[in-house]
Design a protein around this ligand. Structure first.
Ligand code: AIR
Length: 340
């Protein structure tokens, strides 16, 4: 049987990060393949593995590499399947690898996760496949519950026994709070098309320009969407109501500057894949690091700064896994771009 996920490492020295991905896939009971091939030392091996893997039925690729980490980008050159990139901290805290992976040009996105986050790459791959495989989606839901349970247990086991003269905790008991139940007005969430395939949430008016790049491309890909400008901090109830009212959406795209609260808020509210588009503010500060470096359990598939178009292409690639028509549309789009 061909596995659905292929992990490719730039070098044997990246194995500890691959182990995090494999541990997670073992936990989720999803078969995978693991290969080592360098984009620079063995480019032809990358091409052969990826081409053969795609032909054999691989649905999602995970590229793990450090330094000038061009591996995920080269994988994307040989497959229409979504590619998840994991930057490895070899030098400069992994920032060199992160930039090499995330800042891909249109129309070749890499769904980038945080530095050394092999575990989140595995979860993201499961989320992608979970869109058309309910058994895997159920496993992702269970995993999210386990992560939440760990927080509850930390409150019990770590905080409760603390005995200090001025600590006062008993007035709120975490174990009495129903953590998985989110209060939301799903009927009046403010969505215009509750059956849209993609929900786009924009944190503030200034980021609408970037969001428009997404909608323009989704129109060309014939993917339905709904879009709302709502800030999770300034209008928290509206944000939650909107996300919950879009519960049928298969993919969420958060367009976020200012600490990336949109993407961060989204992953807490949905188990579906969240694509993050980090934006710049008027001072030119970018929010890429705060979008991509998510903790284990809650990945954000982050694309390059202000690169709304790549977010739309990534959504198309995720949908194309079991949809040959979408593969054709994407191929045409890519060809057009190349013959500029
Ligand atoms: N690498 C390998 N070929 C191209 C790149 N960028 C990366 C590997 C590894 C780092 O270079 O992914 O993270 C160091 O590799 P090595 O083999 O020298 O230990």
């Amino acid at each position: 049987m061909t596995p659905k996920i292929m992990i490719i490492l730039g070098s044997g020295s990246d194995i500890s990060i691959a182990n995090k991905a494999m541990d997670m896939l073992d936990k989720l009971e999803i078969p995978y393949s693991l290969k080592i091939a360098s984009a620079h030392r063995t480019p032809n091996l990358v091409r052969e593995i990826v081409t053969k893997g795609t032909e054999a039925g691989i649905e999602v690729f995970i590229g793990i590499a450090g330094l000038a980490a061009h591996l995920p980008g080269s994988i994307a050159a040989y497959t229409p399947r979504p590619v998840i990139g994991v930057p490895v901290d070899v030098k400069t805290g992994g920032i060199d690898a992160l930039q090499s992976i995330i800042q891909m040009p249109y129309p070749s996105p890499i769904a980038t996760v945080g530095i050394d986050r092999g575990d989140n790459a595995a979860i993201l791959a499961a989320q992608f496949i979970g869109l058309h495989d309910d058994e895997i989606h159920q496993k992702v839901l269970k995993l999210r519950k386990d992560y939440a349970q760990k927080v509850i247990e930390s409150n019990e086991n770590l905080v409760q026994p603390i005995n200090r003269p001025f600590i006062r905790n008993d007035f709120i008991k975490v174990k009495d709070i129903e953590i998985n139940k989110v209060q939301a007005d799903e009927e009046n969430g403010g969505c215009k098309n509750k059956d849209a395939e993609v929900a786009i949430i924009v944190g503030r008016q200034n980021d609408v320009l970037t969001a428009k790049k997404i909608t323009k491309l989704l129109d060309r890909l014939k993917i339905t969407y709904d879009m709302k400008v709502v800030c999770p901090i300034r209008s928290n109830k509206k944000f939650i109501d909107y996300v919950k009212s879009m519960k049928n959406a298969k993919v969420f795209i958060g367009v976020s500057s200012n600490c990336s609260q949109v993407t961060g808020g989204l992953v807490g509210l949905t188990a579906r894949p969240v694509i993050g588009v980090p934006c710049t503010n008027e001072n030119g500060d970018d929010y890429m690091l705060t979008a991509v470096n998510m903790p284990p359990g809650v990945p954000v598939a982050t694309v390059g700064i202000n690169n709304g178009k790549n977010a739309a292409v990534l959504a198309g690639e995720i949908f194309s896994i079991r949809n040959p028509e979408m593969v054709d549309i994407l191929e045409k789009l890519k060809d057009k771009k190349i013959s500029l």
